[in-house]
Design a binder for this molecule. Structure first.
Ligand SMILES: Cc1cc2nc3c(=O)[nH]c(=O)nc-3n(C[C@H](O)[C@H](O)[C@H](O)COP(=O)(O)OP(=O)(O)OC[C@H]3O[C@@H](n4cnc5c(N)ncnc54)[C@H](O)[C@@H]3O)c2cc1C
Length: 398
């Protein structure tokens, strides 16, 4: 069996290598956080977009590279960036979730206005979906937007809004048709975070970071043309965003590099050949490989225009749990050093393993909890009987 990619792709690999050879000194070394906008991060992001190593298939008219989807090119880029230890660029909610949604549902004017600055990292977005009491049962959301002349007036509260303080803009689900059935009364609006009437309150997580926030709307006015899709179509548009969120949360290449980092930790702490650790490591290796090949199968499906079905949910569910388990093994292998937090001069990787361990627990909830993912996988993936409905509406962030 010939497993080589062939001359065309090997030439492409050389191109990627030459880029990295020439530019690696400009690259932020670790994987870039969700939204950090430091000068170096943004410069690197712009360079990646310009050369087609980020937002590669976004059309040129909207500031992307305009390449046709190509599974092998993507794999080669991943392989070469990983080999060079170079960051693949920013991975925030704007780039990974909002841009693909806008490509699908946005007007021409909206695409031209927002996509370029977003993929270059100049415009940061936050996701205004969850509310107190409307997380898994997202369609029960209550934040209202009432049309007044040419503006929507928004009142209500969002919660768990990641990066709300760094963001310039929010893509939000709001109730515009209070008398319609709950899934049909929602619209997808864009909100400038500097609008008068918005108050943001940070929520501190157990990592010690305040990654997400409460956002309050008190008569916030936004122009009506900032609606994505039609009035009342928000549930459909919002669900498209959630599919992209799940893809983002289960990135196989990031998981594989985290796994390889864990192997290094076991080696450094002298337990790579210890039976118990090795057994745990091998189980994680098998799960990481399974996830990698699952993601390749998903890419193939995408190229062949087959619907994703339960595949993206499996990525999200497995990816968060697996990353948590990998961090757990690394921390155990470090013994007492494993309990040291960021700031201690003895902590490894500036406490990234400890933070990862705690943060991944949150991601098992964020973007749809593990229980909800399992429900949907069992229903649409395995064809099991549907969960009984509670109250009047279907449950779940689906
Ligand atoms: C790290 C992180 C980042 C986040 N970022 C954002 C963001 O940027 N923007 C945003 O809008 N939201 C964000 N969220 C919110 C997130 O999407 C919600 O927390 C999630 O959808 C769950 O909703 P909930 O917290 O209201 O829990 P609930 O829906 O109240 O669920 C509580 C528990 O009950 C279980 N449960 C509920 N219904 C069922 C059912 N039918 N069957 C089985 N079990 C069930 C759940 O699985 C869970 O264990 C974030 C959350 C986290 C943790």
């Amino acid at each position: 069996m010939d497993l080589s990619y062939g001359p065309k792709y090997e030439a492409f690999r050389e191109e990627v290598r030459a880029f990295l050879e020439g530019e690696k000194h400009n690259a932020p070394s670790a994987s870039i956080g969700l939204s950090e906008g430091s000068g170096q991060v943004r410069d690197w992001q712009k360079k990646l977009v310009e050369h087609g190593y980020a937002s590669r298939t976004v059309p040129r008219d909207y500031g992307g590279f305009g390449a046709a989807p190509d599974l092998l090119e993507n794999i080669i880029i991943d392989e070469e960036f990983r080999r060079a230890g170079a960051s693949r660029g920013m991975a925030n909610q704007g780039i990974s979730m909002f841009v693909p949604t806008l490509l699908q549902y946005g007007s021409e004017e909206q695409k031209r206005r927002y996509i370029g600055p977003t993929i270059r990292g100049e415009m940061i977005w936050c996701q205004g979906y969850s509310e107190p009491g409307s997380g898994s049962d997202l369609a029960s959301l209550k934040t209202s937007a009432v049309l007044d002349g040419d503006e929507f007036v928004i009142n209500g509260q969002k919660i768990w809004t990641s990066t709300a303080r760094e963001a310039q803009m929010m893509f939000a689900l709001v109730r515009t048709e209070p008398d319609a059935p709950k899934h049909e009364g929602i619209s997808y609006l864009l909100v400038d975070m500097k609008s008068p009437g918005i108050t943001i309150r940070p929520l501190v997580m157990m990592t010690g970071q305040a990654g997400f926030n409460e956002v309050f709307f008190d008569n916030v006015r936004v122009p009506r043309e900032i609606l994505i899709g039609r009035r009342g179509q928000g549930w459909e548009v919002g669900k498209a965003t959630l599919i992209h969120e799940r893809n983002m949360l289960g990135a196989a290449d990031l998981t594989e590099s985290t796994y390889l980092g864990c192997v290094d930790v076991l080696r450094e702490f002298g337990v790579l050949d210890h039976g118990v650790y090795r057994d745990r490591l091998m189980k994680l290796a098998a799960r990481t490989q399974a996830m990698k090949y699952h993601s390749m199968r998903m890419l193939t499906d995408r190229l062949k225009k087959r619907p994703p079905n339960a595949a993206a949910l499996i990525m999200k569910l497995n990816g968060c749990q697996l990353n948590h388990d990998i961090a757990k093994l690394a921390i155990d292998a470090m013994e007492e050093v494993g309990t040291l937090k960021r700031g201690s001069r003895h902590a490894r990787a500036d406490g990234a393993w400890q933070i990862g361990y705690m943060f991944q627990l949150g991601l098992i909830i964020g973007g749809g909890t593990a229980q909800i993912q399992k429900n949907i996988i069992s229903e649409i993936g395995l064809g099991m009987p549907r969960e009984p409905k509670a109250g009047t509406g279907t449950l779940s962030r689906r």
